[in-house]
Ligand binder design. Structure first.
Ligand SMILES: [Zn+2]
Ligand SMILES: [Zn+2]
Length: 377
């Protein structure tokens, strides 16, 4: 049997995507590739379909790297030989590439282990839904680990291939979605004055979302509120509606700013409900804490980048997207790293996204070099 190249591995993963929480076949493939690298410990079904591989002695400091197993519920629009074989499901965030890089790191370790270091690889389920990291962290096997560092990386389209982006402090935003539900009183459509319609509240909230969104995204204190879904009444043309709901995705540079934004939104919605005699309930879904990069760990990444002579950019503001890496970074020192995936690369989650295979090798080089920085001298 010939060993598959990392590019072949990436393309096999791309052809066989699985949704968040359903990554069983992906985990099986990962397990087989990792077993070829002879890990000292291999744990399956970690926090769902997660795979944890440990290399080296338990008495040495653990340097843990994370990749994600899941794909997206979006139909791929690519004409490539390794196009997704599953209708309505595709690796459009590049998690196939991130996984291949960790397989590459395991292969490097097998060729040349790093003395005085324990290497951990966690292939995490359900990143896209924000559930996987928290589930992994409360898994019994994970609770026994005390990583010295935890690192993850994400490809960043629109930036030169292989460019490394770092930031001390917040690297990716605190994000959640809030559902607001209003209940009033219906009336004949000819007599809207007898109804308590939530129509005005929904309209006001759609406008408020715009004013709660910063015009200047480079401002440290930026906030973004995006209405993603709204529903008022039904197709009953004789009825003034008495029911409505609006779903808003909200983001800010850190958890405290997001909490403040949420307080403002709820206070405004409560005021609107009171004015129009409506009852209001709310629900928060898909929360992602901000990923707060540890200062020392970030310096260590910068040192590795300089030593490799790679292109380094220090970001001025956090990324506006959510990443569940924030759960790990709240517990252990580490860094989320940005890796440019090409100036012409289409955006993440775009139906035409396909991870550039040319990024795998430089990515593995960076991870391995970073790891050697913890070598016992
Ligand atoms: Zn994504
Ligand atoms: Zn992603």
């Amino acid at each position: 049997m010939t060993t598959q190249t990392l590019t072949e591995i990436r393309q096999v993963l791309h052809q066989h995507p699985e949704l968040s929480g359903e990554e069983g076949a992906t985990a099986e493939r990962i397990t087989a590739w990792i077993q070829e690298c002879s890990p000292d410990e291999l744990h399956l079904n970690v926090g769902g379909h997660g795979v944890l591989a440990l290399f080296g002695s338990a008495s040495d400091p653990l340097i843990l790297f994370r990749a994600e197993l899941d794909a997206l519920p979006i139909q791929e629009a690519n004409d490539i030989h390794h196009v997704s074989t599953r209708p309505g499901c595709a690796h459009l965030c590049g998690h196939d590439g991130h996984m291949s890089m960790l397989i590459g790191l395991a292969r490097r370790w097998k060729e040349k282990p790093v003395p005085g270091v324990r290497l951990g690889l966690i292939f995490q389920p359900a990143e896209e839904t924000g559930k996987g990291a928290a589930a992994v962290m409360i898994d019994p096997v994970f609770e026994t680990l005390q990583p010295h560092r935890i690192f993850a990386y994400h490809n960043i389209p629109g930036k030169p291939l292989g460019q490394v982006m770092v930031r001390k402090g917040s690297m990716s935003s605190a994000v959640h979605s809030t559902i607001l539900r209003f209940t009033g009183k219906e009336s004949h459509a000819a007599e809207p004055h007898h109804a308590h319609s939530p129509g005005r509240a929904i309209a006001q909230l759609l406008l408020a979302a715009e004013s709660m969104t910063s015009a200047d995204r480079t401002d440290e204190a930026y906030t973004v509120v995006t209405p993603v879904f709204a529903k008022l009444g039904s197709h009953a043309y004789g009825t003034t509606p008495g029911q409505a709901e609006i779903h808003l995705t909200m983001r800010a540079g850190d958890d405290l700013r997001l909490a403040t934004l949420q307080t403002l939104l709820l206070a405004f919605a409560a005021k609107l409900a009171k004015e129009d005699h409506l009852t209001l309930t709310h629900e928060v879904i898909e929360p992602f804490p901000a990923s707060i990069n540890h200062s020392d760990a970030t310096v260590e990444v910068m040192k590795a980048v300089y030593e490799l002579g790679a292109d380094l950019v220090k970001l001025k503001t956090p990324y506006p997207w959510g990443e569940d890496m924030g759960h790990y970074l709240a517990a252990w020192p580490g860094t989320l790293i940005g890796l440019g995936s090409g100036v012409d690369q289409v955006p993440l989650h775009d139906p035409a996204f396909d991870f550039p295979d040319a990024l795998i090798e430089p990515g593995v080089n960076l991870l391995y070099h970073l790891l050697t920085g913890y070598q016992k001298s």
